[in-house]
Design a protein around this ligand. Structure first.
Ligand SMILES: NC(=O)c1ccc[n+]([C@@H]2O[C@H](COP(=O)([O-])OP(=O)(O)OC[C@H]3O[C@@H](n4cnc5c(N)ncnc54)[C@H](O)[C@@H]3O)[C@@H](O)[C@H]2O)c1
Length: 345
């Protein structure tokens, strides 16, 4: 039987998941929900929802028979949505980052455990086949250095991105992909030191015209750091760095260099190549690689396997981002992850 899905937050990224659900027989797009009801209605029409469009998640959960919801709201708009689903025994897939704060994430984690629902976080790089192969290669070796970067050539034109209290800043909102993948490749992080800067003048100059689509080079009210550097210490003893910036330049670039005993690994987006004594390996992800994380969740709901990125993993990766900014607040002192995580994790 197809898994009956409701979609909450039908802005940008929801389209990836709606389009995946629309083309797979094992998923049924039942209902959509967005505080901007016109967006929910447009998504319901475009992806041929069998049920209704809603402006409120509780109304959707009460009004439809759903097996699971797919949550694609901005970082500040979490907590109540996940709790409402958990209380009704409705499983959820949630886009990263799982929350804006550890208080919010801890509250949801308690509800997930209490109601024993299936969860999955949208860290799709973990489900890319080349990265899984790279992780297996690393698992047989001692990892020394995990060097990560996330460079985005400008700012998504969304007001919430410009405020720490809404988007969380680039570390929480976006570089979390790399911090999570670092944990996947090298295990848990012990401590983080961070430093941030704002290099670019984001104030729109006279006559600046924002492009209709894509990233912008200027936006009023920009308050987050645009450039960040972290030093990470892993529990295993490995060291790591993370550099991220959204200063306008010309290309997207995210990935890793990983140094391990007898191996040098490069990850470029979803692709990976490495050199060992056995020779060189280069692996390319298929075009639809980013769908795998939702497909795995739906199969878990059908009882056909495990959702391998449960909510708790999202909480642990969020803690690494929050520790980075906390280190900045503490004058660049090292912050232990154990201080940040909710009790009992
Ligand atoms: N995995 C990825 O590659 C990836 C890519 C882009 C975005 N994301 C994540 O997805 C999330 C959303 O990003 P986006 O770019 O789609 O943002 P967006 O602003 O385009 O869309 C978010 C939508 O949520 C709606 N919304 C806000 N509060 C709501 C609520 N309480 N109930 C229902 N709807 C609500 C908004 O009206 C908006 O339409 C972010 O956390 C972002 O980090 C992940």
């Amino acid at each position: 039987m197809a898994v009956r899905l409701g979609f909450v937050g039908t802005g940008g990224i929801a389209n990836r998941h709606l389009s995946c659900a629309h083309k797979h027989d094992e998923m049924e797009v039942v209902a959509t929900c967005d505080v901007v009801i016109e967006l929910a209605q447009a998504a319901a029409e475009k992806y041929e929802a069998s049920g209704d469009a809603y402006g409120d998640v509780v109304e959707m959960l009460e009004g439809e028979e759903l097996d699971a919801i797919v949550i694609c709201t901005p970082p500040f708009a979490h907590g109540d949505i996940e709790e409402a689903a958990a209380e009704r025994g409705v499983h959820f897939f949630v886009e990263k980052p799982v929350a804006i704060s550890m208080e919010m994430a801890g509250r949801v984690l308690s509800a997930v455990r209490k109601h024993d629902i299936i969860t999955q976080v949208g860290y799709m790089f973990r489900k890319s086949a080349p990265i899984i192969a790279a992780q297996q290669m690393l698992s047989e070796r001692a990892v020394a250095m995990v060097q990560a970067h996330y460079y985005m050539p400008g700012l998504p034109n969304k007001g919430w991105w410009t405020k720490m209290e809404l988007g969380g800043g680039q570390l929480v909102e976006q570089a979390t992909h790399m911090l999570d993948l670092g944990r996947f490749l090298a295990g848990d992080v012990k401590s983080v030191m961070g430093k941030t800067s704002t290099v670019h003048d984001w104030e729109p100059p006279a006559g600046y015209e924002q492009p209709e689509k894509g990233l912008v080079a200027h936006k009023k009210g920009f308050e987050i750091p645009d450039t960040t550097a972290l030093i990470l210490e892993y529990e295993s003893g490995a060291m790591g760095t993370l550099s991220c910036s959204l200063v306008p330049q010309v290309a997207w670039d995210n990935g890793f260099k990983v140094v391990a005993e007898g191996a040098l690994l490069t990850i470029d987006g979803p692709n990976a190549n490495w050199t060992t004594a056995e020779g060189e390996t280069a692996e390319q992800a298929p075009d639809d690689w980013a769908d795998a994380v939702l497909i795995e969740f739906v199969e878990a709901v059908q009882g056909k396997g495990e959702a391998t990125i449960p909510y708790e993993e999202g909480v642990k990766s969020l803690a690494v981002s929050l520790a980075g900014y906390e280190s900045v607040n503490r004058g660049n002192a090292a912050v232990e992850i154990a201080e940040i995580l909710p009790a009992g994790i």
